[in-house]
Design a protein around this ligand. Structure first.
Ligand code: FAD
Length: 394
């Protein structure tokens, strides 16, 4: 029958397309449905248009989940090297930017083209501009009512992603269907997202907009040494995005402004060796002028020669420089977040196949699951790995 498929996949994003090609290569008839006008919209804008498609150093430690063991099996069965091999097969040129992050030399469009070619070569159909209206299960098959008509399938794969960037077509459909079929959802929130600041800090940092500096951002759970960027809305840059995924509302973040320096030792030595140097001049050797000014004002450090500070005073300044405490007001939320933390409870899903433990022939892959990667290509790797193990099993 024309409208009957072995597998229907909801979502033509990273995970949905990779799963479709994998399953279709095994001879399954596959239909992918998506409400968007274009497949893989997030891929297209990812990595500044060049798609950071994986990370050479991807390990399970780079993922956040209420069950940190869940991701291990899929990540080890379909690794970054497996995906790189597919990219190479399609002659897509790539390079490492930093920290193992792999980007297309040319354009993220190459990745979408590759995924669509793999689908069409294997015979998987991708149908866009299709609203999913209702999903039902009749104890044998799934019935999908859509704006383009009704479809049936033996198996249903949910690959609708998270809530980040609603402008790009993100919806809660995946969570709603999970709940419809008895699954629980771990609370969702925005991850890899800039911080907003309390009014007072916003005013204090107003002159720093556009300034980037290498820091180490930490809390009790994680620590990241990368750049921080001051913006007119708050704080951004890789170090901030990374720590935002571990941040809980109301907490302070520790920002080491001199991550490669023991400030206490350095200030004591400076006091010894150049007692006539002013604190301001010493700070200017470490920081851009604008940041020095803001630190002096915000921390109310008196402007004296180093010799005129007591050891205790200098140690206090050093403590601030190596462990600046900053309490964000909040985050920018789903509007600008790269990912969604939380999602479909992985304890109710098989880590080997991504199949539901509660409902026959139902699968969840990609970001809709409670697995979230760090910044740096890890989120796509999770999409590829979870999609592949599902595509091999379904
Ligand atoms: P998605 O790729 O989001 O695909 C979900 C699909 O489901 C979409 O096509 C959507 O249209 C469809 N859908 C949703 N709701 C419905 C509905 N109701 N009906 C029908 N279809 C629906 N990760 C990296 O690893 N590297 C990067 O460089 C990177 N850059 C990013 C940049 C930005 C700006 C953003 C927002 C994210 C970035 N990410 C990056 C994260 C990465 O894009 C996601 O983790 C990844 O796309 C998740 O794959 P997915 O297939 O699960 O979901």
């Amino acid at each position: 029958e024309q409208n009957f498929f072995d597998i229907i996949i909801l979502g033509a994003g990273a995970a949905g397309l990779h799963c479709a090609a994998t399953a279709a290569r095994r001879g399954r008839s596959v239909l992918v449905l998506d409400h968007a006008k274009q497949a893989g919209k997030k891929i297209l804008i990812s990595g500044g248009g060049r798609c950071n498609f994986t990370n050479m150093y991807s390990t399970p430690e780079n993922f956040i989940s209420s069950n940190p063991h869940f991701c291990k099996s899929a990540l080890s069965r379909y690794t970054q090297w497996d995906f790189i091999a597919q990219v190479d097969k399609h002659d897509i040129a790539w390079h490492e930017k930093t920290l193992g992050q792999l980007f297309c030399n040319d354009s993220a469009k190459d990745i979408v083209r590759m995924l669509l070619k793999e689908c069409s070569d294997a015979g998987a159909q991708v149908q866009l501009r299709t609203e999913v209206l209702k999903v039902a299960y009749d104890n044998e098959n799934y019935e999908i009512q859509s704006s383009q008509g009704d479809y049936q399938a033996k198996s249903l794969v949910i690959a609708t992603g998270g809530l980040s960037m609603p402008k790009l077509g993100a919806t809660p459909l995946g969570y709603q269907l999970a709940e419809q079929f008895g699954h629980s959802i771990k609370p969702v929130r925005a991850g890899l997202v800039p911080f907003t600041l309390h009014e007072q800090d916003k005013d204090a940092f107003a002159d720093l907009s556009g300034l980037a500096t290498e820091i180490q951002a930490s809390n009790d759970d994680a620590s990241f040494k990368e750049a921080m960027l001051f913006t007119h809305r708050g704080l951004s840059g890789p170090a901030i995005l990374q720590i935002s995924s571990y941040w809980k509302a109301g907490e302070a973040v520790t920002i080491n402004l001199l991550p490669d320096m023991d400030a206490q030792q350095a200030l004591r030595e400076a006091k010894q060796n150049s007692p006539k140097q002013g604190l301001k001049s010493w700070l200017q050797q470490q920081f851009p002028k604008r940041l020095t000014e803001v630190l002096l004002t915000r921390e109310q450090w008196p402007q004296k020669n180093l010799a005129d500070y007591s050891h205790q005073q200098l140690d206090d300044i050093a403590t601030t420089l190596n462990g600046w405490q900053l309490k964000p007001n909040g985050t920018e939320g789903y509007r600008t977040a790269e990912v969604t933390l939380g999602g479909v409870n992985v304890d109710e899903v098989s880590s080997k196949t991504m199949q539901s433990k509660l409902q026959p022939n139902l699968y969840f892959i990609g970001e809709v699951l409670d697995v979230t990667g760090w910044l740096g290509g890890y989120n796509f790797q999770w999409a590829w790995s979870s999609a592949w193990v599902c595509g091999e099993a379904v």
